[in-house]
Ligand binder design. Structure first.
Ligand code: CA
Ligand code: CA
Length: 145
């Protein structure tokens, strides 16, 4: 059995999806999660590729965020689209990365992802507040490679 299948239980996956829904109640930004076993490419490069493959570069305000996890490699990347990078400081994702990292170190993968997603939603709120006419532009389901 691949590590991707063992990584999260179905219940944990639902908790992550629910965290995405909660986070997207704070912001017009769109958050997606992609999990795969390993990447031959450098992980940041691979995250960019996945971002494009999932058509995450097509949001109205270019404000989608990908949380990419390579399970076997024990690596993750947070990548925000250019609409976000244009308006936030360079260290914008640091606190989100820290929340994820501290849980991952203890082997709490689901909790790390949930914390990171909720944190990302809070961080995005001031720059991209939720609008009452918000459209859920990208699926909240977890993508697996
Ligand atoms: Ca939205
Ligand atoms: Ca969404």
């Amino acid at each position: 059995m691949s590590k991707v299948k063992e990584f999260l239980t179905p219940t944990e996956e639902q908790e992550i999806i629910s965290a995405i829904r909660t986070a997207e109640k704070n912001t017009s930004g769109e958050i997606r999660v992609h999990i795969e076993a390993t990447s031959k490419k450098e992980h940041f490069e691979r995250a960019l590729e996945v971002f494009h493959l999932l058509k995450m570069d097509n949001t109205k305000d270019s404000n989608a965020v990908l949380l990419y996890v390579a399970v076997n490699d024990k690596k993750f990347v947070i990548y925000g689209d250019k609409g976000i990078n244009d308006v936030v400081p360079k260290d914008f994702w640091d606190s989100t990365k820290d929340s994820i990292q501290s849980q991952f170190k203890q082997g709490n993968f689901k909790q790390g992802m949930v914390d990171g997603i909720l944190k990302a939603g809070e961080e995005l709120q001031s720059h991209f507040p939720y609008q009452t006419d918000d459209v859920d532009e990208l699926s909240n389901e977890i993508s697996k490679g």
